[in-house]
Design a protein around this ligand. Sequence first.
Ligand code: ATP
Ligand code: MG
Length: 649
Amino acid sequence: MKEKQHEGLLEEKRLFFPPEGFCSKAVIQNPEIHELGQNRTKFWDEQGKRLDWFKPWDTVLEWNHPFAKWYVGGKLNAAYNCLDRHLEGARRNKAALIFEGELGDRRVLTYQDLYREVAQFANVLKSYGVVKGDRVTIYMPLIPETVIAMLACARIGAVHCVVFGGFSAEALKDRIHDSRSTIVVTADGSYRRGNSIPLKANVDKALPVTCINNCVETIIVVKRTGQPVDMQDERDVWYHEVMKNVSSVCPAEPMDANDMLFILYTSGTTGKPKGVVHSVGGYMVGVSTTHEWVFDLKEEDVYWCTADVGWITGHSYLVYGPLTNGSTVVMYEGAPDYPEKDRYWEIIEKYRVTILYTAPTAIRTFMKWGESYPRGRDLSSLRLLGSVGEPINPEAWMWYYKYIGGERCPIVDTWWQTETGMIMMAPVPGITPLKPGSCTIPFPGVHIEIVDPEGNLVPKGEGGYLVVREPWPAMLKTVYGDDKRYEDTYWSQFGGAYSTGDEAKWDEDGYFWVIGRVDDVINVSGHRIGTAEVEGALVDHPSVAEAACVGKTHEVKGQAVFAFVSLKEGIVIRDELIDELKAHVVLKIGSLARPDDIFLTAELPKTRSGKIMRRLLKDIADGREMGDTSTLADVAVINFLKKNIDAQK
Ligand code: ATP
Ligand code: MG
């Protein structure tokens, strides 16, 4: 039976045009830019020129399905593009990083400062025997030394492998092992809500007591919190000590465009994380172009990306994209509610931030706390807002637009993945009208389609599997050490297109609406219902802050909707509320999507990167043993849900 799609999100008809005066100043004003992008190789050949190359490329793309080589024959260095090339002119003394620590400490590094520190640390790495191609694990708080360490690796051609500082010793161990790193850069600890969290102690736990082969020989430790740590004589050194009296002259290694730049593990929302490999040339062209165009970047912007560098968003849009483009980047170490729930708004007010890039999970949390927090601060410097990581439901989009953007800032909802390296779908804000909840259309030079299981294009107004039809410059090179997994996971279905693992719909205007993960889509009596649609309908109710929906096995319907809902602060639970919420879903989507069960909870289980982990909720709804929980932010949340739901049965 052919599965049916229903309307759902496609009912969302609101359209927002860029504010007056925005378009005439926008970086991209040419409405034909998407058409120009259809000549993909020409388009990316042109964009390649935005970087500084030691040697130009001979061929823009060699495509040997599923392996692509971009800018073949070209030689460049990522750190050189982020630093050296800005030192000639006025940017030399421009702030590259404005760092705000959780406790309120502040550091500003100009491009010249950052260049010097990177060159010095690159020399330190060399002195510990690190050479081109070696892997270096970076397990750090969000502090300037993390960026310095990444760029120092890039400078000498070492491959960095950043592991988010919130991960446990166990998760770190797997990643050090998988990447076969021989050196680890870490800190004594990191601050979180005023507490210090151990990092070095986790590295100690992650490493084997006796070293057999391929083991970590050196650990470089940044002093951040000052908490006590064990330093092993032969192996462990302090960053501030090894940086003393080191030369700041370190030539940038000319890298082949297709050499590895870094390995990064995916968030682990759907299963075991994959070691995604990115190479220098295509990645740098992709992130530089998208950063400039999607964020409408101007020389004077103060750009703040709230992501941790442990995620791809931090790599592409806190480090490589913005620094290549010579922008001023704000980085904040800590939690959004420390010491108060207006910390983000305080930072925007303090540094006069003009562009904010954050995630739906944060926006929904701010909604839950209420608008009095942003209202108490001056956010008038903002001119553009971004969102990434999950579908942003229209209600959260409207809240962001109204209370943060003051109804004057376009919102760029950016769809992309660790694997894609760069933003793949997003508005180009001077020319693309916005629809709340849609990431709009593919970026110029990117070819995305929605297809059926055989890989045939589905007509507009319908939905299916989201795929990328043609190679793109920042695409992953492979899964580290596992070409077969790369091919099987991403390129073996849908007539050889790249499979994203997401489902989406497209509307009559050709706008894309990501409705959820393929694995999470709920199938009620043969109708495929996206998690984003039901969750969006629930969040549309004035009492609801956040929702997660899963398919629970049902004898007749196949699956029934089971919803987990968290309410806004101050909402009193009434007897009728559950029925009211069910009715609201029926009103917004139809009776098909009516949840059989709604369970109220203070928190939803999320990954460390803030995404809802539906597969565990599905296990709970079906009364199964739970799968892998290692990438969860807080296991207590899921254990609480399991206990309470089991008790109800
Ligand atoms: P894993 O692949 O290990 O399960 P993950 O998919 O969460 O983890 P990421 O690469 O960090 O790892 O996330 C990419 C995914 O995030 C996308 O496939 C999509 O499901 C979701 N996503 C990111 N941005 C958006 C967006 N703007 N709209 C909708 N979904 C988004
Ligand atoms: Mg994924």
